[in-house]
Design a protein around this ligand. Sequence first.
Ligand SMILES: Nc1ncnc2c1ncn2[C@@H]1O[C@H](COP(=O)(O)OP(=O)(O)O)[C@@H](O)[C@H]1O
Ligand SMILES: CC(C)(COP(=O)(O)O)[C@@H](O)C(=O)NCCC(=O)O
Ligand SMILES: [Mn+2]
Length: 842
Amino acid sequence: MAANNSGDPIQQQEEPGEGGGGGGPGVKHKAEGATSSAAQPSGTTMLPRSSSRPQLDLSGAAIHGTLEDRNPTILLPNQSDDISHLALDIGGSLIKLVYFSRHAEHSTEDKRKVSTKRRLGLFNGGRRSYPILGGRLHFVKFETGKLNECLDFISSKQLHRGGVDSPSWRSGAQPDDIVIKATGGGAYKYADLFKERLGVSLEKEDEMDCLVAGANFLLKAIRHEAFTHMDGQKEYVQIDQNDLFPFLLVNVGSGVSIIKVDGHGKFQRVSGTNVGGGTYWGLGRLMTQCKSFDELLELSQRGDNSTIDMLVGDIYGGLDYSKIGLSASTIASSFGKTISDNKELSDYRPEDISLSLLRMISYNIGQISYLNALRYGLKRIFFGGFFIRGHAYTMDTISFAVNFWSKGEAQAMFLRHEGFLGALGAFMSYEKHGLDDLRIHHLVERFPMGAPYLVQISWMEKFVQKGTQITAPVPMGAPATTGMGGFERPTSKGEILRSDASAALNVGVLHLVPTLDVFPLLEDPKTYEPNTIELDQDEFKYWFKILSDHSPDLVDKAVASEGGTDDAKRRGDAFAHAFSAHLARLMEEPAAYGKFGLANLLELREECLREFQFVDAYISIKQRENEASLAVLPDLLMELDSMNEIDDFDGFKKRMLTDKKDQPYKRALLFVDNSGADVVLGMLPLARELLRHGTEVVLVANSLPALNDVTANELPEIVAEASKHCGILRKAAEAGGLIVDAMAGIQDDLKDEPASVPLMVVENGCGSPCIDFRQVSSELAAAAKDADLLILEGMGRSLHTNLNARFKCDTLKLAMVKNQRLAEKLFNGNIYDCICKFEPVS
Ligand SMILES: Nc1ncnc2c1ncn2[C@@H]1O[C@H](COP(=O)(O)OP(=O)(O)O)[C@@H](O)[C@H]1O
Ligand SMILES: CC(C)(COP(=O)(O)O)[C@@H](O)C(=O)NCCC(=O)O
Ligand SMILES: [Mn+2]
């Protein structure tokens, strides 16, 4: 009875089958009567609290657990789910905003969940048990010169009052006492303006403190935050937390701060330079008449600096100065050539000026950074600040300088949230939001598009426009520059500078999902990699085509799932734009969003659907297939019962039926896949066999819909229906608390049968066709503790991801390979071959 995938809507060769990546569901908390009062009732434990607003409602707060616990759970029973925090970094050039929003959904704890949680020892009486709030961290920036736009944005989203849904907003509270954390010089300079325009006070946080806190947080909590960039190649670096300090942090904003970081809150600003981002942008603007920073940067990409810079060869008559290791093409003196020419500024190409400037400043920063690293014996230098702007050539130039001067001893690294260090640090300084308790597995990064426009009525129209802009990026050739020997030319080729609108795509929204856990049965979480095949450019091209080709069909389904209304059609269009913009972005640079595998790509598609409010595109297809399959289930069960044994899975069969026939598995986790025949005629009969052998069965299903995958919410009803045809399933489902209400009214003709082992359902924490075992629901993590058999079924969970994953217990991986290329690549096989991998632990 191998995995039956016939219910999958994606059956042809040129289709993705299942895929996706670990992802988190919305955090589900009960919305409890929120009050805006923050009074501490006597007798409750006092918590440190910020005087700043928006605040968490701490009334009734209590430490949950023993006082000896290092990180005791904090219950905030009266906290509304909608709270937001906002923090600002108002720099010389840009204002950076970081704000937090709660997930909108308020889920109820259904009977299935309550009974499963009780069984798994997770039940807590319906009270929130997480020390941190689930929600999202958003990153936005504005030009400091356009402060008004920033104030309008804050005001339109009511961020200073804790979001439009916050209690203070609803109760019409005056914002007089609202305090927002802010860092950067503008926290001082613009304090009055904020008071005047928004009625809020800015609570100043030290800029260096914030930069360090932000960098430390990112390096601790985000999986692919840091990367190297050499010769056009970006490589993500996984930082070992035990081997992070000391490092040099170089923040290249308007000016440059150079900080030696020794630990959390332990640092010293060792140097700085006034030649920084403001210098490049300021001088560049004066000399080229550019209207924006991006325009200036884009010019540099077509520049040739040898018309402006004086090279060693210019001085030495075309010769190298080899005695001191300088080749003829090394820049001897930036802008030096302009002294001897009898030319005016207008005689030089703006492109060449921009490139000369960029190289001059980047090399200078690289060199000063290196000298400071040398001074303190530091090997790692992290560069932040918006001067970097994710620009390959800038990073290559800085890396080259560090590498050249240190003779390879020191390494330049860059941060994906480069310009947001200070703002994040200011955000961290709210005393109790629990952010510092976050671990890597609590954070899921998503790349929504259109989110900034959600507040606007016409956001969709704007989005469609923007989407088109983003998909038509400005191509860039490699600059023909000079500088062999001393400074060899950095080689970022084919680089594209995206408009600022799409630059926002480089940093996603961070979803904080405190219910996520590492799957406890992973053999080695440190080396675990969910993706089976790396998505290099070639592989990406293939999947790009498949996903693009499938997109119209998916849009049709999604629109139909929402009744085909005009609104659904508009959202369908917007989804198609957004998704193709993401694909186009990834096509240029597969590593644009961090290390990205097929699982992430497929999950991105699901996320994109959700972004445009398509809750479950396959809902009616799933229902139809479930019904059709349930109708033939009795015949199948009869046929199976007339057979001697389940058909052969070789090793598995041997384990089940021969070697340890008398020692059944204690608990099996069955990771189910598609609705319809797959789950009804495949996995349920398999579950039934296991139950018959005395094995507890936990069906593990998606938390959120993805393609036609069955969800944990849908399963109890399917199981209840199937149970009508089968006593084993019924007894087990009753024992597992799965059918209480659903079965009411059906006469009990099985009273005399022996008590059954339970059949349960848990959600996996994902909304994707794949699974990343580093981030699963706490419910699944709890169920895993007593499990001694895992069954991963379907392409997404056992092929695209986890084919090579090793677990601490016996594992069976089942899938039909519904893709010719994959079948050839992985097994030298053919489309529709089935795989059955049994991996017993020795
Ligand atoms: N859209 C932009 N507008 C202005 N400057 C930008 C932009 N994008 C990148 N930059 C560069 O980033 C620098 C500002 O970096 P940032 O880290 O925000 O510093 P600051 O805190 O001083 O504003 C600018 O001086 C400029 O070199
Ligand atoms: C004064 C600053 C800390 C302000 O930060 P910024 O707005 O540039 O991010 C920074 O510009 C700086 O460190 N300038 C360099 C001054 C020096 O050490 O020479
Ligand atoms: Mn700054």
